[in-house]
Design a protein. Sequence first.
Length: 118
Amino acid sequence: MWYAPKLTSTETVMMMKSLIVSAASAALLVMSGAASADQALAQKNACMSCHGVDKKIVGPAFKEVAKKYAGDKTAHDKLAAKVKAGGKGVWGQVPMPPNPQVKPEDLSKIVDWVLSLK
């Protein structure tokens, strides 16, 4: 028969802290993997040709877009429609061309990623 060793309260606290740190680290790795995948989708669909993550290229930086739409519950649908149909005048005189070739599931992930940037 196997018996677990008796731990002091200090050892128990240290073990719990270690487990919490490990779980948090694993969660961050999963989240960063998803973020990397969504940025890769933006690159694959040529979004990064005109937009940088944190600096303007032709269009606004994605972080600027996230900041502008922070707290807007309708932002996802607005941005998805704008990516599909194109747009002009919101960020300057250079129009964004329509992107009907972007698959709806990819478009949704890209918009979610952009809106998640801080």
